[in-house]
Design a binder for this molecule. Structure first.
Ligand code: CP
Length: 334
Protein backbone atom coordinates (compact mmCIF):
# COMPACT_ATOMS: atom_id res chain seq x y z
CA UNK A 1 0.00 0.00 0.00
CA UNK A 2 1.65 3.24 -1.17
CA UNK A 3 -1.00 5.75 -0.13
CA UNK A 4 -3.73 5.90 2.51
CA UNK A 5 -5.66 8.98 1.49
CA UNK A 6 -9.32 7.95 1.53
CA UNK A 7 -11.15 4.80 2.62
CA UNK A 8 -12.91 4.84 -0.76
CA UNK A 9 -9.57 4.16 -2.48
CA UNK A 10 -9.61 0.67 -0.93
CA UNK A 11 -11.80 -2.28 -1.83
CA UNK A 12 -14.11 -3.33 1.00
CA UNK A 13 -12.09 -6.54 1.40
CA UNK A 14 -8.91 -4.49 1.76
CA UNK A 15 -10.52 -2.51 4.58
CA UNK A 16 -11.57 -5.75 6.28
CA UNK A 17 -8.01 -7.09 5.91
CA UNK A 18 -6.60 -3.93 7.53
CA UNK A 19 -9.02 -4.34 10.44
CA UNK A 20 -7.96 -7.98 10.81
CA UNK A 21 -4.30 -6.91 10.80
CA UNK A 22 -5.07 -4.28 13.46
CA UNK A 23 -6.62 -6.99 15.66
CA UNK A 24 -3.64 -9.30 15.05
CA UNK A 25 -1.10 -6.63 16.01
CA UNK A 26 -3.18 -5.85 19.08
CA UNK A 27 -3.18 -9.45 20.31
CA UNK A 28 0.29 -10.39 19.02
CA UNK A 29 2.52 -7.29 19.08
CA UNK A 30 5.51 -7.07 16.71
CA UNK A 31 7.78 -4.57 18.46
CA UNK A 32 10.57 -4.82 15.85
CA UNK A 33 8.51 -4.98 12.64
CA UNK A 34 9.45 -1.49 11.45
CA UNK A 35 12.96 -1.24 12.93
CA UNK A 36 14.94 1.40 11.05
CA UNK A 37 11.88 2.94 9.41
CA UNK A 38 11.08 6.64 9.88
CA UNK A 39 7.68 8.32 9.67
CA UNK A 40 7.49 12.07 9.06
CA UNK A 41 4.40 13.92 10.31
CA UNK A 42 3.52 17.38 8.99
CA UNK A 43 0.70 19.14 10.84
CA UNK A 44 -0.60 22.29 9.18
CA UNK A 45 -3.43 22.24 11.76
CA UNK A 46 -3.58 21.27 15.46
CA UNK A 47 -4.00 17.72 16.75
CA UNK A 48 -3.90 15.67 19.92
CA UNK A 49 -4.89 12.13 18.90
CA UNK A 50 -3.46 11.95 15.40
CA UNK A 51 -0.10 13.31 16.44
CA UNK A 52 0.30 11.20 19.58
CA UNK A 53 -1.16 7.97 18.17
CA UNK A 54 1.05 7.99 15.07
CA UNK A 55 4.18 8.60 17.13
CA UNK A 56 3.17 5.91 19.63
CA UNK A 57 2.22 3.45 16.88
CA UNK A 58 5.51 3.91 15.06
CA UNK A 59 7.42 3.39 18.33
CA UNK A 60 5.39 0.28 19.21
CA UNK A 61 6.38 -1.21 15.85
CA UNK A 62 10.08 -0.47 16.41
CA UNK A 63 10.33 2.55 14.11
CA UNK A 64 10.72 6.24 14.81
CA UNK A 65 9.06 9.47 13.80
CA UNK A 66 9.51 13.23 13.61
CA UNK A 67 6.84 15.92 13.81
CA UNK A 68 6.79 19.29 12.08
CA UNK A 69 4.27 21.93 13.19
CA UNK A 70 5.12 24.96 11.03
CA UNK A 71 5.63 28.17 12.94
CA UNK A 72 6.30 26.35 16.21
CA UNK A 73 10.08 26.08 16.19
CA UNK A 74 10.13 25.60 12.42
CA UNK A 75 9.55 28.00 9.53
CA UNK A 76 5.99 28.93 8.77
CA UNK A 77 4.93 27.28 5.52
CA UNK A 78 2.96 28.88 2.70
CA UNK A 79 0.66 26.53 0.79
CA UNK A 80 -1.16 28.91 -1.62
CA UNK A 81 0.00 28.50 -5.19
CA UNK A 82 1.31 31.73 -6.70
CA UNK A 83 1.46 33.51 -3.32
CA UNK A 84 3.74 36.55 -3.02
CA UNK A 85 5.57 35.47 0.11
CA UNK A 86 6.01 38.84 1.76
CA UNK A 87 4.23 37.77 4.98
CA UNK A 88 5.10 35.50 7.90
CA UNK A 89 5.77 32.32 5.93
CA UNK A 90 9.45 31.90 5.08
CA UNK A 91 9.11 28.68 3.07
CA UNK A 92 6.62 27.20 0.61
CA UNK A 93 5.31 23.64 0.83
CA UNK A 94 6.66 23.15 -2.71
CA UNK A 95 10.15 23.12 -1.18
CA UNK A 96 9.32 22.04 2.37
CA UNK A 97 7.29 18.90 1.63
CA UNK A 98 9.81 17.24 -0.74
CA UNK A 99 12.58 18.05 1.76
CA UNK A 100 10.65 16.35 4.59
CA UNK A 101 9.79 13.38 2.37
CA UNK A 102 13.47 12.90 1.59
CA UNK A 103 14.19 12.32 5.29
CA UNK A 104 11.63 9.58 5.92
CA UNK A 105 10.13 6.33 4.59
CA UNK A 106 6.53 7.57 4.79
CA UNK A 107 5.00 11.00 5.31
CA UNK A 108 1.72 11.97 6.95
CA UNK A 109 0.15 15.34 6.21
CA UNK A 110 -2.72 17.14 7.96
CA UNK A 111 -4.25 20.06 6.03
CA UNK A 112 -7.82 21.03 6.88
CA UNK A 113 -10.32 22.57 4.49
CA UNK A 114 -9.86 26.18 3.53
CA UNK A 115 -13.57 26.58 4.29
CA UNK A 116 -14.18 29.25 1.64
CA UNK A 117 -14.80 27.45 -1.65
CA UNK A 118 -16.95 24.32 -1.32
CA UNK A 119 -16.13 23.03 -4.81
CA UNK A 120 -12.39 23.37 -4.20
CA UNK A 121 -12.65 21.66 -0.82
CA UNK A 122 -14.79 18.82 -2.21
CA UNK A 123 -12.20 18.35 -4.97
CA UNK A 124 -9.37 18.21 -2.38
CA UNK A 125 -7.55 20.82 -4.46
CA UNK A 126 -5.07 21.88 -1.77
CA UNK A 127 -4.30 18.40 -0.44
CA UNK A 128 -3.90 16.95 -3.93
CA UNK A 129 -1.37 19.67 -4.79
CA UNK A 130 0.65 18.75 -1.70
CA UNK A 131 0.30 15.03 -2.33
CA UNK A 132 1.75 15.49 -5.81
CA UNK A 133 4.99 16.70 -4.16
CA UNK A 134 5.52 13.44 -2.25
CA UNK A 135 7.34 10.52 -3.84
CA UNK A 136 7.12 8.34 -0.71
CA UNK A 137 4.22 6.48 0.89
CA UNK A 138 1.72 9.10 2.04
CA UNK A 139 -0.93 9.11 4.78
CA UNK A 140 -3.80 11.58 4.99
CA UNK A 141 -3.94 12.82 8.59
CA UNK A 142 -7.16 14.76 7.74
CA UNK A 143 -7.71 16.76 4.62
CA UNK A 144 -10.59 18.97 3.49
CA UNK A 145 -13.04 16.15 3.02
CA UNK A 146 -11.43 12.95 4.28
CA UNK A 147 -10.14 11.51 7.56
CA UNK A 148 -9.48 7.85 6.69
CA UNK A 149 -7.58 7.04 9.90
CA UNK A 150 -10.60 8.12 11.94
CA UNK A 151 -12.86 6.02 9.73
CA UNK A 152 -10.77 2.88 10.20
CA UNK A 153 -10.65 3.41 13.97
CA UNK A 154 -14.40 4.00 14.15
CA UNK A 155 -15.17 0.83 12.14
CA UNK A 156 -12.93 -1.21 14.44
CA UNK A 157 -14.56 0.35 17.51
CA UNK A 158 -18.00 -0.75 16.36
CA UNK A 159 -16.66 -4.25 15.60
CA UNK A 160 -14.99 -4.40 19.05
CA UNK A 161 -18.27 -3.84 20.90
CA UNK A 162 -20.46 -5.87 18.55
CA UNK A 163 -22.54 -3.12 16.92
CA UNK A 164 -24.68 -4.98 14.34
CA UNK A 165 -23.27 -4.69 10.83
CA UNK A 166 -26.68 -3.64 9.52
CA UNK A 167 -27.53 -1.48 12.54
CA UNK A 168 -28.90 2.06 12.39
CA UNK A 169 -26.08 4.64 12.38
CA UNK A 170 -27.31 8.18 13.00
CA UNK A 171 -24.73 10.78 12.06
CA UNK A 172 -26.12 13.78 13.92
CA UNK A 173 -25.11 17.40 13.49
CA UNK A 174 -24.13 18.86 16.85
CA UNK A 175 -23.84 22.46 17.95
CA UNK A 176 -20.54 24.35 17.91
CA UNK A 177 -20.05 28.10 18.11
CA UNK A 178 -18.50 28.22 14.63
CA UNK A 179 -18.33 26.31 11.36
CA UNK A 180 -16.16 23.20 11.37
CA UNK A 181 -14.98 21.18 8.32
CA UNK A 182 -16.84 18.39 6.56
CA UNK A 183 -14.03 15.80 6.65
CA UNK A 184 -15.29 13.76 9.60
CA UNK A 185 -19.02 13.73 8.75
CA UNK A 186 -18.23 12.89 5.12
CA UNK A 187 -15.89 10.09 6.16
CA UNK A 188 -18.16 8.72 8.89
CA UNK A 189 -21.14 8.49 6.53
CA UNK A 190 -19.06 6.68 3.92
CA UNK A 191 -17.46 4.34 6.48
CA UNK A 192 -20.75 3.29 8.05
CA UNK A 193 -22.32 2.80 4.62
CA UNK A 194 -19.40 0.63 3.54
CA UNK A 195 -19.80 -1.37 6.76
CA UNK A 196 -23.35 -2.13 5.61
CA UNK A 197 -25.26 0.05 8.05
CA UNK A 198 -28.50 2.01 7.74
CA UNK A 199 -26.99 5.49 7.70
CA UNK A 200 -29.20 8.46 8.57
CA UNK A 201 -27.72 11.95 8.45
CA UNK A 202 -29.69 14.02 10.96
CA UNK A 203 -29.20 17.75 10.53
CA UNK A 204 -31.01 21.09 10.77
CA UNK A 205 -32.04 23.16 7.75
CA UNK A 206 -29.05 24.64 5.95
CA UNK A 207 -26.64 21.90 7.06
CA UNK A 208 -27.39 19.16 4.52
CA UNK A 209 -24.30 17.28 3.42
CA UNK A 210 -23.37 18.13 -0.20
CA UNK A 211 -24.73 15.74 -2.85
CA UNK A 212 -21.19 14.57 -3.72
CA UNK A 213 -20.73 13.33 -0.15
CA UNK A 214 -24.14 11.64 -0.02
CA UNK A 215 -23.62 10.02 -3.43
CA UNK A 216 -20.23 8.65 -2.40
CA UNK A 217 -21.76 7.15 0.74
CA UNK A 218 -24.65 5.76 -1.33
CA UNK A 219 -22.19 4.04 -3.69
CA UNK A 220 -20.53 2.40 -0.68
CA UNK A 221 -23.93 1.34 0.66
CA UNK A 222 -24.76 -0.26 -2.67
CA UNK A 223 -21.64 -2.42 -2.36
CA UNK A 224 -22.40 -3.58 1.15
CA UNK A 225 -26.17 -3.79 1.41
CA UNK A 226 -26.45 -0.64 3.51
CA UNK A 227 -28.45 2.53 2.89
CA UNK A 228 -28.00 6.29 3.26
CA UNK A 229 -30.51 9.12 3.68
CA UNK A 230 -30.86 12.55 5.32
CA UNK A 231 -33.55 13.98 7.57
CA UNK A 232 -34.26 16.83 9.97
CA UNK A 233 -36.70 14.73 12.01
CA UNK A 234 -34.82 13.87 15.19
CA UNK A 235 -37.43 11.57 16.74
CA UNK A 236 -37.78 9.52 13.56
CA UNK A 237 -34.03 9.26 12.99
CA UNK A 238 -33.16 8.24 16.54
CA UNK A 239 -35.90 5.62 16.85
CA UNK A 240 -34.14 2.26 17.04
CA UNK A 241 -30.66 3.75 16.54
CA UNK A 242 -27.63 1.63 17.47
CA UNK A 243 -25.15 4.50 17.18
CA UNK A 244 -25.47 8.25 17.58
CA UNK A 245 -22.35 9.68 15.96
CA UNK A 246 -22.30 13.35 16.96
CA UNK A 247 -20.34 15.79 14.82
CA UNK A 248 -20.22 19.53 14.32
CA UNK A 249 -19.97 21.00 10.81
CA UNK A 250 -20.52 24.24 8.96
CA UNK A 251 -23.64 25.38 7.13
CA UNK A 252 -23.35 24.03 3.60
CA UNK A 253 -26.10 26.34 2.31
CA UNK A 254 -23.80 29.35 2.86
CA UNK A 255 -20.34 27.74 2.84
CA UNK A 256 -17.60 30.26 3.47
CA UNK A 257 -20.05 32.92 4.69
CA UNK A 258 -19.27 33.24 8.41
CA UNK A 259 -22.10 35.70 9.09
CA UNK A 260 -24.67 33.55 7.26
CA UNK A 261 -23.44 30.46 9.08
CA UNK A 262 -23.70 32.25 12.43
CA UNK A 263 -27.28 33.31 11.66
CA UNK A 264 -28.27 29.74 10.80
CA UNK A 265 -26.77 28.18 13.91
CA UNK A 266 -27.93 30.98 16.20
CA UNK A 267 -30.93 29.11 17.60
CA UNK A 268 -29.57 25.57 17.37
CA UNK A 269 -28.03 25.22 20.81
CA UNK A 270 -30.48 22.41 21.62
CA UNK A 271 -28.48 20.24 19.19
CA UNK A 272 -26.42 19.07 22.17
CA UNK A 273 -26.70 15.29 22.65
CA UNK A 274 -28.36 14.62 26.00
CA UNK A 275 -29.77 11.54 27.73
CA UNK A 276 -33.25 12.17 26.34
CA UNK A 277 -31.90 11.62 22.81
CA UNK A 278 -31.69 7.92 23.75
CA UNK A 279 -35.34 7.60 24.86
CA UNK A 280 -36.37 5.55 21.80
CA UNK A 281 -33.05 4.23 20.51
CA UNK A 282 -31.97 0.60 20.79
CA UNK A 283 -31.39 -0.17 24.47
CA UNK A 284 -27.63 -0.52 23.94
CA UNK A 285 -27.27 2.52 21.66
CA UNK A 286 -23.82 4.13 21.97
CA UNK A 287 -22.49 7.64 21.53
CA UNK A 288 -19.55 8.16 19.20
CA UNK A 289 -17.56 11.33 18.56
CA UNK A 290 -14.13 11.65 16.98
CA UNK A 291 -12.95 14.19 19.61
CA UNK A 292 -12.13 16.87 20.49
CA UNK A 293 -15.63 17.56 21.82
CA UNK A 294 -16.96 20.63 23.61
CA UNK A 295 -18.75 19.34 26.73
CA UNK A 296 -22.29 20.61 27.24
CA UNK A 297 -22.15 22.29 23.83
CA UNK A 298 -22.03 19.34 21.40
CA UNK A 299 -22.53 16.50 23.92
CA UNK A 300 -23.66 16.76 27.56
CA UNK A 301 -21.63 15.50 30.52
CA UNK A 302 -24.44 13.07 31.33
CA UNK A 303 -23.80 11.24 28.04
CA UNK A 304 -20.02 11.56 27.80
CA UNK A 305 -19.64 10.28 31.37
CA UNK A 306 -22.08 7.38 30.92
CA UNK A 307 -21.46 3.82 29.69
CA UNK A 308 -23.11 4.84 26.41
CA UNK A 309 -20.03 6.82 25.43
CA UNK A 310 -17.37 4.95 23.45
CA UNK A 311 -15.32 8.01 22.55
CA UNK A 312 -12.31 6.78 24.52
CA UNK A 313 -12.30 3.47 22.65
CA UNK A 314 -12.51 5.33 19.33
CA UNK A 315 -9.49 7.40 20.31
CA UNK A 316 -7.58 4.30 21.45
CA UNK A 317 -8.36 2.59 18.17
CA UNK A 318 -6.65 5.40 16.29
CA UNK A 319 -3.49 3.68 17.56
CA UNK A 320 -4.43 0.11 16.63
CA UNK A 321 -5.88 1.01 13.22
CA UNK A 322 -2.95 3.21 12.23
CA UNK A 323 -0.44 0.55 13.28
CA UNK A 324 -2.06 -1.69 10.68
CA UNK A 325 -1.74 1.06 8.06
CA UNK A 326 1.93 1.65 8.92
CA UNK A 327 2.68 -2.08 8.93
CA UNK A 328 1.01 -2.63 5.55
CA UNK A 329 2.79 0.42 4.12
CA UNK A 330 6.29 -0.07 5.48
CA UNK A 331 6.87 -3.76 6.26
CA UNK A 332 8.72 -4.89 3.18
CA UNK A 333 7.80 -8.57 3.48
CA UNK A 334 4.04 -7.87 3.21
N1 CP B 1 -10.06 12.93 15.93
C1 CP B 1 -8.90 13.55 15.67
O1 CP B 1 -8.39 13.55 14.53
O2 CP B 1 -8.30 14.11 16.74
P1 CP B 1 -7.12 15.17 16.68
O3 CP B 1 -7.64 16.37 15.90
O4 CP B 1 -6.80 15.49 18.10
O5 CP B 1 -5.94 14.57 15.96
Amino acid sequence: MKRFLDLADLERDEVLALLELARRLESRPEPHALAGKILGLLFLNPSLRTLASFQAGMARLGGSSFVITPGQGTWQLESRLGAVMSGAAAEHVREGIPVLASYCDALGVRAFADGKDLAADLAETAFSAMASLVDKPLINLESAISHPCQALADWKTMDDIGVPRSGRFVLSWAYHPRALPLAVPATAAHMAALRGMEVIVLRPEGFALPPQIMEKAARAAALSGGSVRETGDRDEALSGAHIIYAKEWGATSCYGDAAGDARLRGNLEDWCVRNDWFAHTAADCRLMHCLPVRRNVAVADEVLDSPRSIVQREAYNRLTAQMAVLYRMLKSSI
